[in-house]
Design a binder for this molecule. Structure first.
Ligand code: C2O
Ligand code: CU
Ligand code: CU
Length: 537
């Protein structure tokens, strides 16, 4: 076999298999006609093996999955202090900055953290502080960017004005300060989060640690008296030297998953439940799906989604899937006798693509936290109100929109020398309506206050969580193989998973003119351009 053939073969084996069921499958096993001569490419001459411009596997040695201390009592999240004394006003500072912390003994890790002004930055969870606010509050956050990169803060799920929502167009330069200001309308109570949104840098900024929770509370919350627990799930990859390694080709393709899933910044914490509790769950992982369970015997009730309470509790659940970006509220009961359970991420097959043909096997189940039930003597089960609130259907749509997810691989682009910007493989495309994100292009246009029916169709080989900014939507139905499955209950969401060959239909309305983003919430896909601009007029 000639060297050229060998190169072409090993490359086609890698690349064709990336999208084995796509247009490149036909290249497998024979040489590619349009390949540039590999000898012309820097770093390619005289070696026995060929590599795409982004390495297919990471040379990084990872820290052991047991390297972090585990089993400590679940830490509360840090709270962002309100610098204002004024009623109805929440004013605070968030500084995004590199902070060196020793999470592996003797091996400092540089995280990128959101910190309050004058806060203790090296103790407690590195997760961004909790912004705990009320409906009607005016929120003013001074963002100080001490990162080596431009950034923004996006208020995921909140109905903030478009120019306050941290769009990629509104970058805050390194060293600069920007004040975000918005008022939380009535009905906005729910479980939200904030994270950076610069184009092509969101994935890195989040995997280095930038993300934090937001709770908006209602004055008439029927569950206000319940003990509440916040569980903010994030994903972390650490190299054995304590560094946070960059993304490799597989990360860009499937989204990054680290060897650690953390709860409020800690590995497998211990939760002691002495009475019935309300839990808020955030899936703030870049790409990991979390199919929660507490085991077969420990049933729980879902009482809320991204945008707040459901109308009626969904009781008797044994599992709940949260795609990246999604949140939920659940009721966990203490029971009537001491017992133990493991909060587990059960196996979920999101059909990650493999380097060889087909898909990767799903990840095995993973323990997230140990739960210890120690019911207080004499405590009896607390009744969940039968009606939590009223959710009105958005009503008949007056316009329709279509969003189609697709994928493709352009091998010539992938092999152009220097083709990988920021370590991102050029040519690996995840698209919306046939194109990757272009800041100059409006993908869709909507009219203010018009209810629209959006159909979101996934023509790729893997799951993608669809997310729309600036509003909460209602899932109407899911269509699979021609069968339409109406959504069984009304709920407010801003993120919804779409499986391969599935069409999800949502009702949605935007109330403010300006530009809104919509995208896949696997952050690597978002950075690769699986994002569009909705212009609201
Ligand atoms: Cu969680 Cu566009 O974002
Ligand atoms: Cu968002
Ligand atoms: Cu995606």
């Amino acid at each position: 076999m000639s060297r050229r053939q060998f190169l072409a073969r090993s490359l086609s084996a890698v690349l064709a298999s990336l999208f084995a069921r796509g247009v490149f499958a036909q290249h497998a096993g024979h040489s590619m006609p349009d390949m540039p001569d590999m000898d012309d490419m820097p770093g390619m001459s005289g070696t026995q093996h060929a590599e795409p411009s982004v390495k297919k596997t990471s040379p990084v040695t990872l820290a052991s999955p047991d390297a972090l201390p585990k089993g400590a009592p679940l830490a509360d999240l840090r709270k962002l202090p309100n610098e204002s004394r004024e009623r109805g006003f929440f004013r605070a500072t968030l500084i995004a900055e590199p902070v060196s912390r020793e999470v592996l003994p003797g091996l400092p890790t540089t995280f990128w953290q959101y910190n309050p002004a004058n806060g203790d930055t090296t103790h407690g969870p590195f997760t961004g502080p909790l912004i705990d606010v009320r409906e009607g509050d005016t929120v003013e956050i001074r963002f100080v960017n001490r990162l080596p990169q431009p950034s923004t803060i996006h208020w995921h799920g909140l109905p903030v004005p478009p120019d306050q929502d941290g769009n990629p167009a509104n970058m805050v330069a390194p060293g600069a300060t920007h004040v975000y200001r918005f008022t939380l309308p009535a009905g906005s109570a729910g479980t939200y989060w904030y994270h950076p949104h610069p184009h092509m840098m969101s994935a890195e900024q989040v995997f280095r640690g930038l993300a934090g929770p937001i709770i908006v509370r209602a004055a008439d919350d029927p569950l206000a008296g319940w003990p509440e627990r916040t569980l903010f799930f994030s994903d972390l990859r650490l190299a054995s030297d304590g560094s946070i390694p960059p993304n490799d080709l597989m990360d860009w393709m499937n989204g990054r998953e680290g060897q650690f899933v953390l709860v409020n910044g800690a590995l497998r914490p211990r939760i002691t439940v002495v009475e019935d509790e309300r839990w808020r769950l955030w899936n703030a992982c870049s790409a990991r799906y979390l199919r929660f369970s507490l085991g077969d015997k420990q049933r729980f009730a879902q009482v809320g989604t991204d945008g707040g309470l459901l109308e009626k509790p969904r009781d008797g659940l044994t599992e709940l899937l949260l795609a990246p970006g999604e949140r939920a509220e659940v009721i966990v009961r203490a029971g009537d006798a001491p017992s133990e359970a493991t909060l587990t991420a059960e196996v979920y097959d999101r059909r990650k693509m493999a380097m060889s043909h087909g898909s990767l096997p799903p990840d095995p189940a993973r323990a997230l936290a140990a739960v210890n039930y120690q019911p207080l003597a004499g405590a009896s089960e607390r009744a969940i109100p039968a009606t939590l609130r009223t959710i009105m259907s958005l009503g008949a749509p007056v316009a329709r929109k279509s969003v189609v997810f697709s994928e493709s691989m352009d091998m010539a682009a992938m092999h152009r020398p220097g083709a990988s910007a920021r370590g991102m493989p050029a040519g690996m495309k995840f698209m919306i309506n046939g194109a990757t994100f272009d800041p100059e292009r409006v993908t869709l246009t909507s009219r203010r206050n018009e209810v629209e029916l959006w159909s979101i169709e996934n023509r790729t080989d893997m799951d993608h969580p669809f997310h729309l900014h600036g509003t909460q939507f209602q899932v109407i139905e899911r269509e699979r193989g021609g069968a339409k499955i109406p959504e069984p209950y009304l709920a407010w969401r801003d993120t919804v998973n779409v499986q391969p060959d599935e069409i999800v239909r949502i009702a949605t309305v935007q109330n403010t003119a300006g530009e809104r983003m919509f995208h896949c919430h696997i952050l690597e896909h978002e950075d690769l351009g699986m994002m569009g601009t909705l212009k609201v007029i």
